[in-house]
Design a protein around this ligand. Structure first.
Ligand SMILES: Cc1cc2nc3c(=O)[nH]c(=O)nc-3n(C[C@H](O)[C@H](O)[C@H](O)COP(=O)(O)O)c2cc1C
Length: 383
């Protein structure tokens, strides 16, 4: 019904508007107790084999919602009712900001992809933290923080720290986002010296704030781009471990436009932005496999990027992801996709006689994935 009726109707309209309207309607729908019960019955799978742990956090299942879907931390409880094991809200910035002019979200249906250049439109970390504090939070909630547009890269650290201070007591984990292509210069923060300074500052401030407030310090994750070569990826692993990061989230959207089925003139007309969905599948999986091998168990990887089907989710785990996040796969796959992914993962575990997701993590992070990674990295370089 989603693929042949609801999605074609929704896809007739402006993507950003559809996103907003469907979420408002869905949240209202989920306030009706019997409907919520029915939805949860279809989507939430409680099975001990799906439970998994990342950075000391117990997740009910490995499929999470990636950052950017619930930018202002408004809809996470209703989204959790679709079976997500965790929900990452944000990106929140120190200052409230409107983001880039519209239109800024585009569908590439032939490619099962999206291009967005939102530019961190959000109400800012002050308001979001207050809103979060005023509600009961049902899911495992991660808060993704980024740099405000008005703040220069030189002052980026203090902007991240301001947001950290506001959200530390409402976040089960914090993600430091240095990988969105839609804030000028943001990805330069992935360069070693800047990244080290930023991650060390966030890490030590987390420890200080947690001690002062007498709470357990939430683990801090770093989210990286897919458009990095192997040397940079390997350097980030070492740096993330040194700086006390508890996980790496790989990957954000790509700036590459290679191998798209959509007409080149259409893609050119859309212009700048981050590409997500099916064209990212192979690259993100290769990055995860590479990080997994370099990390060698020292830091877990959360795999995101082009996870469109239940099979993709399983393969991301096999490539080395301790947990998976989806965004575009949710838009194209619809509200039952999380349950379908979790059922498939459970089936794969059963078929192999494995007892837990952890048994599958990295089971196929072998050399063939490296080869794909090397090819994809070359493509990215050419793009
Ligand atoms: C419309 C849109 C908005 C996004 N906004 C953010 C964001 O604010 N912060 C962030 O870290 N990632 C953001 N992302 C990136 C996603 O979290 C994810 O890393 C990326 O889309 C790859 O996953 P996917 O192929 O499943 O979409 C956004 C992605 C999309 C499509």
């Amino acid at each position: 019904m989603w693929r042949y009726l609801i999605r074609p109707i929704l896809f007739l309209f402006d993507p950003e508007r559809v996103h907003h309207v469907t979420m408002v309607v869905f949240v209202a729908f989920m306030k009706i107790a019997p409907l919520r019960w029915l939805v949860r019955r279809c989507t939430c799978i409680d099975d001990p084999r799906l439970r998994t742990q990342v950075a000391g956090i117990d997740l009910p299942n490995p499929i999470g919602l990636a950052a950017g879907f619930d930018k202002d931390a408004r809809w996470f409880n209703a989204l959790a009712d679709l079976g997500f094991g965790h929900v990452e809200v944000g990106t929140l910035t120190g200052h409230a900001q409107a983001g880039n002019p519209k239109p800024r979200l585009f569908r590439l249906t032939k490619d099962q992809a999206l291009i967005n250049r939102f530019g961190f439109n959000n109400q800012g970390s002050v308001d979001a933290a207050a809103a979060l504090r005023a509600r009961r939070v049902h899911p495992i909630l991660g808060v993704n923080i980024g740099k405000s547009k008005v703040v220069t890269n030189e002052d980026a650290v203090s902007d991240y720290l301001a947001s950290l201070e506001r959200v530390i007591d409402v976040a089960r984990y914090i993600t430091v986002n240095v990988s969105s292509p839609n804030t000028a210069g943001l990805r330069d923060l992935q360069e070693a010296a800047s990244l080290r300074a930023l991650l060390e500052a966030v890490s030590s401030r987390t420890t200080e704030l947690a001690a002062a407030r007498e709470i357990a310090p939430p683990p801090v994750f770093v989210k990286i781009a897919p458009d990095l070569d192997d040397d940079s990826l390997a350097a980030i692993v070492e740096l993330a471990i040194d700086a006390g990061m508890a996980a790496i989230i790989a990957t954000n959207t790509t700036i590459s436009r290679s191998d798209l089925a959509t007409d080149a003139a259409v893609v050119d007309a859309i212009g700048a932005g981050g590409l997500s969905g099916r064209p990212l599948t192979e690259r993100s999986r290769a990055v995860v496999a590479y990080l997994y091998r370099v990390a060698a168990g020292r830091i877990p990887i959360i795999g995101v990027g082009g996870v469109m089907t239940p099979e993709d989710a399983w393969e991301m785990i096999c490539a080395g992801a301790s947990a998976v996040q989806i965004y575009t796969g949710f838009v194209y796959g619809g509200p039952l996709i999380v349950a379908q992914m979790n059922r498939h993962i459970r089936g794969q575990l059963e078929a192999r006689g494995w007892e837990a997701v952890a048994d599958a993590v990295g089971c196929e992070a072998g050399t063939s994935v490296t080869a794909a990674g090397a090819e994809a990295a070359t493509d990215m370089g050419a793009a």
